[in-house]
Design a protein around this ligand. Structure first.
Ligand code: ADP
Ligand code: MG
Length: 702
C-alpha cells in the first residue's frame, strides 16, 4: 500500500491496535507525525572492523558467520543465555545473549550477520555481549548513524527507528515545503525533504548538522510567526487612559504598609495606565514578595476609572485564595468582586455572566473559566494573569480579546525568564521587579538530610505540631516506567539496559504509612494531581483552616498557596526536583510570624546532587537559585513548556538556540510585514504549520 503523510500509523507493518495506542501517547498517529518526531540523540554505528582488528571498548560493526548452532542454557528462573560461536577471516569469538531464547532458532548456522557491539577479551576468549545482529543481506540499523528517540511504555527504539525508516523511504519527498524559497536562500536553509531524511537517518555528520539547522530555524520561525500573529490580532486602538486618584486612598485600605519595592512598582504601573498607551507589564518577584497587592492596586485603579478588571489564576485554589484575600479589602473601597471557577455552575454562573455583562461587577477573579464563551464584559480595562507561566500564551491573548479595544495587561510571575525569551513571549514588554520581601519574615531555615535522619525529622514534625504549627510533606509524582519487556522483533537491536523502575515514594502509599505508623495520633491529609479538583480543594481548605496537621502532597501545592500557620516543608526525594521548583515549594512556608523550616530529604550518595541541594540551604534568593539551576541542569529542563507557556518544541531549544532564534524572529517580522496574517496563497503551508504548532494551546488563531 502506498503511504502518504496522512496515512494512520496502524497501516504500517507491525503496528496493531495496542501499538497504535502506545504511539498515540507520544502524539504519533500518522506518518506525518512520525516524520516530525525528531531523534533526541544518535548512535554512531558506522565503524567496522574484523575480529582481529576490533578495538577494545569501542563498539564496532563486524561481519560474522555463525559457525555452529547456538546453545541455549537456563541458568535459573528468569536468566536464560544463548551462546553462539561467530567467525570471520581473522578469527572467532563467542557472542552471549541474555534472555533472548528465541535467538537460538533465529541465528542460522552458515548465515552471515552484521553484529554491532564491543569485542572484549583476547585470543580464544574474545566475546561480545548482547550485540545487535542483522542478517548481512538485510541491514537496516547497523553501518549507519542510528536515531535514538524518546520512548514510552510499549514503544522501543527499534520499533520507532523501523517505522521512521519506512516513512522516510516512502514519504520524505511528500513533505510539504513550508518555508518560502527566498527565505531559504537568504538564510541558507536546506529543503524540507533533505532535512527530514537526514534528521532521522543522516548520511554523515555534516548532513545532520545542515538538517538540524533547517529544522531548528523552521520551528523557531513558526513560533515567532505565531507570536507575531497573536500580537497583530490585538486591536491597534490606543489604550484606555486612566485618571490617577491619590495613592493614599488605596494605601488606607491595606492592613499593612507596603514595601518600597511594592510602592515603586505601583508607580510604574500608574505611569503606564495614565500614559494613553496600553500597559504591557510583567511583574517579577520572588515567592512571598507580595505581588497580589499590585493586582489589587490595578483593580482598584481600574474601578476608580469605571473599568472592569479580570484576574486569572492557574488553579481554582489560587483563584479562591485571591478572592478571599482581595474581596474584603476592595469591597471596603466599594468594589464589587466576583469569583468564577469551574465549580461555579448553573444559575450562579448565569448570574455572574449577567453581572459582568452589565458592568455590575468591578473585578472578577477566576481560572480558565474566564475564557468561556459566555463571559462578556461591559468594559474590561485591565487583564491580570497570576503565575503567568502556567498559562499558554494564547490563553492570555484570549482573555484580552474580550475587551472592546486594547486593555491594559499585567502579568505576574515568580519564575524569572531571560530577556530574550520574554521578548518572544510578550513582544515589547516592560518589566518590574519586586525585589524586597515584606518586613518581619525570617528566612526559612533549610536542611539537606539523608535517610538516617528520618526518625529525628518525624520527631521534629511532632514537636512543631505540638506548638500548633502545620507541616507539608511533598513527594514526587509517580512516573511512568519504561517497558522492561522486550518485543520479539527487537532482538535485532536491544543492547542498552532498560532504565530501572524508579522507586518513587508514591504519595498515596506514603500518606497511608504516615497515618498508620509514624503519626497515628495526628491529622494527616493527602492531595495529589489525580484527584478531582473538588476533592483537592476540600483537602486544601481543611488544611488552610487548621483542620489537618500534616498535608502530604505531590507538587500540586507548588503554585501560590498561602497558609501562614504552616511552618515546615519536607520534600522527599528532593534530588528529583529542580532547584527553582524546590524554591517555589519552600516559599509555601515562612509566610507567617513563625520561624519556618524546610527539610530536603535525599538518599542519593551522588556528591553533585547533594551539592546542588545545598545551594538552597545557602540562599533564599530565587533569582540566584534560578541561575544556578540553569547552570547545573542546563536549559533543557529549566525551560520545559510548563515554565513559560509557549508551545512544546520538537527540536529547538529555546534557551540554547538563541542565535537562530533571533534570526528567525527578524525573518518572521519581515515576512509578516510583507504579508500580515499570512494570507497569500504561497504562505498557506506556513500558516498551516504555525497553527499546528499552537494547536495544543487552543484555537488561538480563529
Ligand atoms: P506572592 O508575591 O508570592 O504572590 P503574596 O502576594 O501572596 O506573594 O504575599 C505573600 C503574603 O505576604 C501574603 O500573606 C500577603 O498578605 C503578605 N504581604 C504582602 N505585602 C505585604 C506587606 N507589604 N507587608 C506585610 N505583609 C505583606
Ligand atoms: Mg502569588
Amino acid at each position: 500500500m502506498a503511504l502518504t503523510v496522512k496515512t494512520g500509523v496502524e497501516a504500517l507493518p507491525g503496528v496493531g491496535p495496542a501499538r497504535a495506542r502506545s504511539l498515540a501517547r507520544l502524539g504519533l498517529t500518522t506518518v506525518g507525525d512520525l516524520l516530525r518526531y525528531y531523534p533526541r540523540d544518535y548512535e554512531d554505528r558506522r565503524k567496522s572492523a574484523s575480529i582481529a582488528s576490533a578495538p577494545a571498548d569501542v563498539p564496532v560493526c563486524l561481519t560474522l558467520m555463525v559457525a555452529e548452532p547456538p546453545r541455549l542454557s537456563r541458568i535459573r528462573k528468569g536468566l536464560e543465555l544463548v551462546r553462539v560461536r561467530l567467525v570471520d577471516d581473522t578469527g572467532s569469538l563467542t557472542a552471549t545473549f541474555f534472555n533472548q531464547a528465541y535467538l537460538k532458532d533465529v541465528l542460522r548456522t552458515g548465515e552471515t550477520y552484521v553484529c554491532f557491539g564491543k569485542v572484549e577479551g583476547e585470543g580464544a576468549r574474545r566475546q561480545m555481549t548482547n550485540p545487535v545482529c542483522e542478517r548481512a543481506d538485510k541491514v537496516r540499523f547497523t553501518g549507519r548513524i542510528l536515531p535514538v528517540y524518546r520512548l514510552t511504555h510499549g514503544v522501543s527504539n527499534n520499533l520507532l527507528a523501523g517505522l521512521t525508516l519506512r516513512c522516510v523511504e516512502d514519504c520524505a519527498a511528500q513533505v510539504e515545503e513550508s518555508l518560502p524559497q527566498e527565505l531559504r536562500q537568504a538564510h541558507q536553509l536546506a529543503e524540507a525533504e533533505f532535512a527530514v531524511r537526514n534528521v532521522h537517518f543522516p548520511a554523515d555528520e555534516n548532513a545532520l548538522a545542515v538538517a538540524r539547522r533547517r529544522l531548528i530555524f523552521e520551528e523557531l520561525f513558526y513560533l515567532t510567526c505565531g507570536m507575531a500573529l497573536l500580537r497583530t490580532r490585538r486591536d491597534k486602538a490606543a489604550g484606555f487612559t486612566f485618571r490617577l486618584p491619590p495613592e493614599k486612598s488605596f494605601l488606607d485600605l491595606l492592613p499593612f504598609a507596603l514595601t518600597g519595592a511594592q510602592r515603586r512598582v505601583m508607580r510604574e504601573m500608574a505611569a503606564d495606565l495614565t500614559s494613553g498607551s496600553p500597559m504591557n507589564r510583567l511583574v517579577q518577584g520572588d515567592v512571598g514578595s507580595g505581588k497580589t497587592m499590585l493586582a489589587a492596586y490595578g483593580a482598584w485603579l481600574a474601578a476608580q476609572n469605571e473599568y472592569q478588571c479580570a484576574l486569572m489564576a492557574p488553579t481554582e485554589l489560587l483563584a479562591e485564595q485571591h478572592y478571599r484575600s482581595l474581596s474584603p479589602l476592595l469591597e471596603r473601597a466599594g468594589l464589587r468582586v466576583g469569583l468564577l471557577t469551574g465549580a461555579v455552575k448553573g444559575k450562579a454562573r448565569k448570574q455572574l455572566y449577567a453581572a459582568l455583562e452589565s458592568g455590575e461587577l468591578d473585578l472578577v477573579i477566576g481560572t480558565h473559566a474566564l475564557l468561556s464563551e459566555g463571559v462578556t464584559f461591559a468594559n474590561l480595562g485591565l487583564v491580570v494573569t497570576d503565575e503567568q507561566h502556567r498559562f499558554g500564551v494564547g490563553q492570555r491573548a484570549a482573555l484580552s480579546a474580550k475587551a472592546a479595544g486594547q486593555p491594559h495587561v499585567l502579568v505576574m510571575s515568580a519564575t524569572p525568564i531571560p530577556r530574550t525569551l520574554a521578548l518572544i513571549i510578550y513582544g515589547d514588554l516592560d518589566v518590574s521587579v519586586v525585589d524586597e520581601l515584606p518586613p518581619g519574615r525570617s528566612p526559612v531555615e533549610t536542611y539537606v538530610v539523608g535517610e538516617d535522619k528520618r526518625q529525628r525529622m518525624y520527631n521534629f514534625v511532632r514537636k512543631l505540631v505540638g506548638e500548633g504549627r502545620q507541616a507539608y510533606i511533598v513527594c514526587p509524582a509517580v512516573e511512568e516506567k519504561e517497558d522492561p519487556e522486550m518485543d520479539r522483533e527487537d532482538f535485532w537491536n536491544i543492547t542498552k539496559p532498560y532504565r530501572q523502575e524508579l522507586d518513587l515514594k508514591a504519595a498515596v502509599t506514603y500518606a497511608e504509612a504516615l497515618r498508620t505508623q509514624a503519626f497515628p495520633d495526628l491529622r494527616v491529609g493527602l492531595v495529589h494531581g489525580k484527584m478531582k479538583s473538588k476533592e483537592k480543594d476540600a483537602v486544601m481548605t481543611a488544611f488552610a483552616a487548621g483542620k489537618l496537621d500534616v498535608l502530604v502532597s505531590t507538587t500540586v501545592i507548588e503554585v501560590g498557596v498561602d497558609v501562614p500557620n504552616a511552618a515546615l516543608m519536607i520534600v522527599e526525594n528532593a534530588d528529583r526536583f529542580g532547584l527553582s521548583q524546590l524554591h517555589q515549594l519552600r516559599g509555601r512556608v515562612g509566610r507567617g510570624k513563625h520561624q519556618s523550616y524546610c527539610v530536603l530529604v535525599t538518599s542519593t550518595h551522588n556528591q553533585d546532587s547533594r551539592e546542588r541541594l545545598r545551594v538552597l540551604a545557602k540562599t533564599n534568593d530565587g533569582f540566584q537559585i534560578a541561575e544556578e539551576d540553569l547552570r547545573l541542569r542546563g536549559p533543557g529542563d529549566f525551560f520545559g513548556s510548563r515554565q513559560h507557556g509557549l508551545p512544546q518544541m520538537g527540536i529547538a531549544d529555546l534557551a540554547g538556540d538563541m542565535r537562530v532564534l533571533k534570526e528567525a524572529q527578524t525573518a518572521a517580522e519581515e515576512l509578516l510585514q510583507a504579508d500580515p496574517g499570512l494570507k497569500q496563497p504561497e504562505h498557506a503551508p506556513l500558516l498551516h504549520r504555525v497553527k499546528k504548532l499552537f494547536a495544543e494551546q487552543g484555537d488561538v488563531f480563529n
